[in-house]
Design a protein around this ligand. Structure first.
Ligand SMILES: [Ca+2]
Length: 469
């Protein structure tokens, strides 16, 4: 089955030129705190060549295998690039071509494309059922020209291409290149490159860096999107050196202390410190809780964005460890008593991050639980953000909670309804008019047998995204 999608069409001018090698690399960091940013898309605007930064914030364009560009009378400039099981074909001319996989003995394994391909950039999904372990040859034939690539399968990246022979003459091909650079064939001089490095990630302002060369190192600092602590946002940096005004003690169960101290500030000299929480047994209901509560001003509205920096040490708890929640009256109710309020929660559970919607507590269930597969950040600061959208437009129910960790939104591979006894139907997520109540600190619903510390700093809530700035 062949899937063929037209993505974009190059300008003809770019393709009338010969190719030039690309070797661009660098790291991407958060301008606000210098942190390396993973999952940033770094792309060349003209060629579509792109990479995604790794856990060290690094990107690399062009030195990856699989990029080969060549010219022929019929085909114009052509390059192939394989990313995440998508074969990108940059074709310089409207031309007939045939692309297929062969085994090392030259037997056809799978056809990828056969027919006329228009000038431009095309994305072709690799055929399913390619052998997962065996190296194959990917061969492109068109207009009297043959290019051969080694295809090395990889579960991680969807495989790699290594250009080996662009004309079928048995000699290894040399150039790793993409079209776009201006080089005069007659004089052999290289003119200036005019392309743009486009750097994008959710939660950050897009960076566009003009390039005059396809080689070089470019380190990029991205500015977080979001309002920061502007007027209308409630922000607590704990720099009073004590529990801030408006917050009062709420839950105190088992062992531990909740105080503002200078042992580990995120910024400034102080942070909120849930110190040496301990008590109960993992797997059993009941655990240490040390929290504060806060009454929001009237008319806060039905959408609550939040941001907080949290540092957890020395181990990731297995038990449900709540870090923040926001509550609102049920539809038609005027009561602001805590035990009458619906609520959204941001927590960790089984050492990963979790978002929950609850009916009033007690009992607080049947609750709708969304669990990520992202391990909670240990022995380091993490910027945690959430959106609790109790309005959710015209939908009859409030929205599922959304959560970001260091600017990357979490997905929820595990979703379930918790109740005790088990078996309750999913609760209706009742819509909100105004959030009225906040709770922060740390509260465990099951035991914690290792004394654990959390530091909480730069907490903020508002009706728009605040960001990590
Ligand atoms: Ca602080």
């Amino acid at each position: 089955m062949i899937r063929h999608i037209l993505i974009s069409v190059f300008g003809a001018a770019a393709l009338s030129c010969l190719a030039q090698g690309v070797g661009l690399s660098g790291t991407v960091t958060n301008k606000a705190n210098g942190q390396k940013l993973q999952g940033v898309t770094v792309a060349l605007a003209k060629t579509g060549l792109s990479d995604t930064t790794d856990s060290l914030g690094a990107y690399r364009l062009g030195s990856a295998t699989g990029i080969l560009s060549y010219r022929s009378g019929g085909l114009g400039a052509v390059s192939l690039d394989l990313r995440d099981r998508i074969l990108w074909i940059h074709s310089g001319a409207d031309a007939s071509m045939r692309i297929a996989f062969f085994d090392l003995r030259g037997t056809l394994v799978a056809r990828v494309f056969q027919g006329r391909m228009g000038q431009g950039t095309h994305a072709v999904t690799l055929p399913p059922g390619l052998p997962a372990a065996d190296m194959l040859l990917l061969r492109l034939d068109g207009e009297g020209l043959r290019a051969v690539y080694k295809y090395i399968p990889s579960a991680l990246s969807g495989g790699a291409l290594i250009a080996m022979d662009r004309d079928g003459d048995g000699a290894a091909s040399r150039s790793a290149a993409v079209p776009g650079a201006a080089k005069s064939a007659s004089s052999g001089t290289v003119a200036a490159v005019a392309d743009t490095l486009r750097v994008r990630r959710s939660g950050y302002k897009t960076v566009e860096l003009p390039l005059d060369s396809y080689t070089g190192v470019h380190d990029i600092a991205m500015e977080p999107e979001g309002t920061g602590c502007v007027a209308g946002t409630l922000c607590w940096d704990f720099e009073e050196g004590r529990i801030p005004d408006g917050w009062t003690v709420y839950r105190t169960e088992f062992t531990g202390t909740l105080l503002v101290d200078g042992s580990k500030p995120h910024k400034g000299a102080f942070a909120l410190h849930a110190k040496d929480l301990l008590g109960g047994k993992e797997g059993n209901q009941g655990g240490p809780k040390r929290t504060l509560k806060y009454a929001l001003p009237a008319g806060f509205g039905p959408v609550l964005w939040g941001r907080v920096y949290v540092y957890t040490s020395p181990a990731r708890p297995v038990s449900h460890a709540g870090l923040f929640n926001a509550r609102y009256p049920r539809p038609g109710s005027a009561s602001t008593a805590v035990n009458t309020l619906d609520w959204y929660e941001f927590a960790t559970y089984q050492q990963t991050y979790m978002g929950v919607w609850h009916p009033p507590e007690p009992p607080g269930f049947p609750e709708w639980v969304l669990q990520s597969d992202k391990q909670l950040v240990l022995d380091d600061w993490a910027c945690l953000e959430w959106e609790f959208d109790g309005a959710n437009g015209t939908d009859p129910e409030a929205a599922d909670p959304r959560v970001w960790v260091d600017g990357l939104e979490l997905s929820w591979p595990t979703k379930f309804t918790f109740s005790d006894p088990a078996g309750a139907a999913k609760p209706k997520l009742e819509k909100a008019k105004d959030f009225t109540f906040l709770e922060t600190g740390v509260y465990l619903y099951q035991g914690l047998s290792l004394a654990t510390n959390w530091w909480i700093d730069d907490l903020a809530v508002g009706s728009r995204r605040i960001g990590c700035n």
